[in-house]
Design a protein around this ligand. Structure first.
Ligand SMILES: Nc1nc2c(ncn2[C@@H]2O[C@H](COP(=O)(O)OP(=O)(O)OP(=O)(O)O)[C@@H](O)[C@H]2O)c(=O)[nH]1
Ligand SMILES: Nc1nc2c(ncn2[C@@H]2O[C@H](COP(=O)(O)OP(=O)(O)OP(=O)(O)O)[C@@H](O)[C@H]2O)c(=O)[nH]1
Ligand SMILES: [Mg+2]
Ligand SMILES: [Mg+2]
Lengths: 292, 279
C-alpha cells in the first residue's frame, strides 16, 4: 500500500530534522502515481502535489510515527480538506415545494438516485413527487414508475409526446395542487457537448426553478470527469454532486477532480442498486480509498 | 501537439499530459513515454511530427491487429453472443444496435432478455427489438436469467436464427454472487454446445478510468472475454484504458458505440482510435 511504499522511499528521512524539497521529491512522485492510478485528473493531481509540496517543506520529521505514515497523513488531510466542505443534504426551501433537478451523463445512475431520494425523503415523513422528464431513453418513464411504486412514492408521468419542460411544468402544478414536497426531477442522460440536449435541460431548469441541481457522476469515471462536471456547472450551475456505484472497486479519484474543478460539495454516494443504498458523503473515507 | 514545434522538455511534458488524459493509465503511459525517450536519446526526434509518429506507432503496436468480424461468413447457426459489463455501460443499447446491423444484412436475429432484475430492463430491450426487427425471448421479471437464456437458445435453434444476442443485467465484478450468476449463463450455453457462447463481449463505458482494467480482469477470469465494446465515444472521453486491457489480457476492442441511435455502432479501427487520442 501507499504507506508501505512511502516508508521505503522515505527511509533516509530517519535521523533528519526536517522535510526538504530534496528528501520528499521521490515521495511526491509516488503520491502522484497513486492519485493517477486512482483516476484523479492529471492537471488536478499536478496542482494538488504542488500544494502538498509547499505544505510539507520545512515540517519537522515526526518522531512518533514512520516517515511514510507522516507523509500519508499530510496528503490524506490535504485530500480531506479539498473534499470536505459544503452542506451534506439538499437545501430545503422555506416555501414548499422544494425542487431538485437531477442531471448527468448517460448511465451514471440518475433515475435510480431520484427514486433513492424519494425513499429517503418519504422516510423523513415528507411526500415526494418524482418527475419522469426523460422522454428519450426507451422505457425510462416505466423504469421510474416501477422504482417509485416499489418504495411507495408517487411518480408524475406527463402527456405522451410532451416536451421535457412541459412535463416539468405540469408536474409542478400537480405538486402545488396536491401538496407534494419535495419535487425530484429525473432527466435524460446527455453529453455536455450535445448542444441540443444541453438546451433541453436548460429549459427544464427554467421550468423547474430548482433549489438544488445535483450532478450525478459514476465513481469509475476517469480523466473526463473534469470536462463533464465543468460543462454542466457552467451550463446550469450545480449545487451538489452525487457519486454513484461506490459499492464497486473504483478508487473514485473523480471525486477529487469534480470537487477541484467545480468547487461544489459531494452530497451523497450511491452504494448499490437497491433503493436504500444511499449514504451521505464521508470525505475521510473517500480520501483513504483514493490513496489506496 | 501542433505542427512545426520543436522537440523539447515542454513538448514531452505536454505529450505526457495528452496520454494520461486519454485514460491510458500509469503503466501504458510509462511504456509509451519510455519508447519516446528511447527515440529522443537516439536523436531520431527532429520535429513534433516525429514524436507523433513514434506515439502512433507505439500505440498501434500495443493495440494489435484490427479484430475479426463478429459474425463471420459461414458461422454455425445460431451464433451466440453474450454481452456483460457493469451497470449503465450500454449493454442493452448495444444489443439493439447489433440486432439492427445484422437484421439489415438479412440475418434472423433473436435477443434474449436475460436482465430479469432491473426495473423495466425487459421493456427497454423490447423497444430495441421492435426498432431493429429482431425477435425477443422474455420471461417475467425475477425469472432465473439462465432459464431465459436456455429458452432463447431453444427458440433460436427451432427458428433457424443466425444470431442470438444475450442481454445481461449490469453487475459489478467485485460482487461474487453476481459474477456466479453470469457464469451460470455461460455454463447453460456450454452444456448445450461446448463452442458456446461464441463471443463474450465486455461493454465498457468510454468515460471509464482505470477501473476498466479491473472490470476486464474480473469478467475475463469469470467468463473468458472475446472482446470489448467501448461505448459513448461520441463524448469527450478517449477510452484509453482499453490499451491496458489488450496488453495485459489480450482482449481486443471489437466495436465502438458512438451515440444513442440504432445505427450508432462502428467497427473498431485502431488507427482512428489512436488519432483521436493524439488529437
Ligand atoms: N451497483 C450500483 N449500481 C447502481 C448504482 N446506482 C445506479 N446503479 C445501476 O446503474 C445502472 C444505471 O442506472 P440508471 O439509474 O438507469 O442510470 P441513468 O443515469 O438514469 O441512465 P440514463 O437515464 O440512461 O442516463 C442501473 O443498472 C442501476 O441499477 C449504485 O450506486 N451501485
Ligand atoms: N452517447 C451515448 N450514449 C450511449 C451509448 N450507448 C449507450 N448509451 C446510453 O447509455 C445509457 C445506458 O445504456 P443501457 O443500454 O441502458 O446500458 P446497460 O449497460 O444496459 O445498463 P444496465 O442494464 O442498467 O446495466 C442509455 O441512456 C443509453 O442511451 C453510446 O454509444 N453513446
Ligand atoms: Mg435514467
Ligand atoms: Mg441493460
Amino acid at each position: 500500500n501507499l504507506t508501505a511504499r512511502l516508508d521505503e522511499t522515505l527511509r533516509r528521512l530517519r535521523g533528519q530534522g526536517k522535510l526538504s524539497e530534496a528528501n520528499i521529491a521521490e515521495a511526491l512522485r509516488e503520491v502522484r502515481r497513486a492519485l493517477l492510478e486512482a483516476d484523479v485528473n492529471f492537471k488536478v493531481a499536478k496542482e494538488f502535489i504542488a500544494e502538498v509540496r509547499e505544505e510539507a517543506i520545512g515540517l519537522a520529521v515526526a518522531k512518533t510515527v514512520s516517515p511514510g505514515q507522516q507523509f500519508v497523513k499530510i496528503v490524506h488531510d490535504h485530500l480531506v480538506q479539498l473534499l470536505g466542505t459544503g452542506s451534506r443534504d439538499i437545501a430545503f426551501a422555506t416555501k414548499p415545494p422544494t425542487r431538485v433537478l437531477v442531471v448527468g451523463l448517460q448511465g451514471s445512475g440518475k433515475t435510480t438516485l431520484v427514486a433513492k431520494l424519494g425513499l429517503r425523503y418519504r422516510q423523513q415523513g415528507r411526500r415526494p413527487l418524482l418527475v419522469a422528464c426523460d422522454i428519450h431513453r426507451p422505457a425510462a418513464i416505466d423504469q421510474l414508475e416501477v422504482l417509485g411504486k416499489s418504495v411507495g412514492v408517487e411518480v408524475f408521468r406527463g402527456e405522451s409526446g410532451a416536451a421535457a419542460e412541459e412535463i416539468a411544468r405540469d408536474a409542478l402544478d400537480r405538486a402545488r395542487g396536491d401538496g407534494f414536497d419535495p419535487v425530484i426531477v429525473d432527466t435524460a442522460g446527455r453529453l455536455h457537448i450535445d448542444a441540443g440536449m444541453m438546451q433541453e435541460v436548460a429549459e427544464v431548469k427554467k421550468a423547474v426553478k430548482p433549489h438544488e441541481v445535483l450532478f450525478v457522476a459514476d465513481a469509475m469515471t476517469g480523466q473526463d470527469a473534469v470536462q463533464s462536471a465543468k460543462a454542466f456547472d457552467e451550463a446550469l450551475g450545480l449545487d451538489g454532486v452525487v457519486l454513484t456505484k461506490m459499492d464497486g472497486d473504483a478508487r473514485g479519484g473523480a471525486a477529487i477532480s469534480i470537487r477541484a474543478v467545480t468547487g461544489k460539495p459531494i452530497k451523497f454516494i450511491g452504494v448499490g442498486e437497491k433503493l436504500n443504498a444511499l449514504e451521505s458523503f464521508h470525505p475521510d473515507r473517500v480520501a483513504s480509498r483514493i490513496l489506496g | 501537439l501542433g505542427a512545426g514545434r520543436r522537440v523539447d522538455d515542454a513538448l514531452l511534458d505536454e505529450v505526457e499530459e495528452v496520454l494520461y488524459e486519454a485514460d491510458l493509465g500509469v503503466e501504458a503511459c510509462e511504456q509509451v513515454l519510455d519508447a519516446l525517450r528511447e527515440q529522443a536519446r537516439a536523436q531520431r526526434l527532429r520535429a513534433v511530427e516525429d514524436v507523433v509518429a513514434v506515439l502512433r506507432e507505439e500505440l498501434l503496436r500495443l493495440l494489435g491487429e484490427p479484430p475479426p468480424p463478429l459474425l463471420p461468413a459461414g458461422a454455425t447457426r445460431p451464433r451466440v453472443i453474450v454481452l456483460v459489463g457493469v451497470n449503465g455501460a450500454g449493454k442493452t443499447t448495444t444489443i439493439g444496435k447489433l440486432a439492427a446491423r445484422y437484421g439489415a444484412e438479412g440475418k434472423r436475429v433473436i435477443v434474449a432478455a436475460a436482465d430479469t432484475f432491473r426495473a423495466a430492463a425487459i421493456d427497454q430491450l423490447a423497444v430495441w427489438a421492435e426498432r431493429s426487427g429482431a425477435e425477443i425471448v422474455r420471461q417475467d421479471p425475477g425469472t432465473d436469467p439462465a432459464a431465459v437464456v436456455f429458452d432463447a437458445l431453444t427458440a433460436a435453434r427451432a427458428r433457424g436464427a443466425d444470431l442470438l444476442l444475450v442481454d445481461t443485467a449490469g453487475r459489478l465484478h467485485n460482487k461474487a454472487n453476481l459474477m456466479a450468476e453470469v457464469q451460470k449463463i455461460r455454463r447453460v450455453l456450454q452444456r448445450a454446445d461446448p463452442t458456446m457462447p461464441h463471443e463474450t463481449l465486455l461493454v465498457i463505458d468510454g468515460v471509464t478510468g482505470q477501473n476498466g482494467l479491473l472490470q476486464a480482469r474480473g469478467f475475463h477470469a469469470a467468463m473468458g472475454l472475446t472482446g470489448v465494446v467501448l461505448t459513448k465515444l461520441d463524448g469527450t472521453a478517449k477510452g484509453g484504458v482499453v490499451v491496458a486491457v489488450k496488453t495485459e489480457l489480450g482482449v481486443p476492442v471489437r466495436l465502438v458505440g458512438v451515440g444513442e441511435a440504432l445505427d450508432d455502432l462502428q467497427d473498431f479501427v485502431p488507427r482512428a482510435f489512436v488519432d483521436e487520442i493524439l488529437g
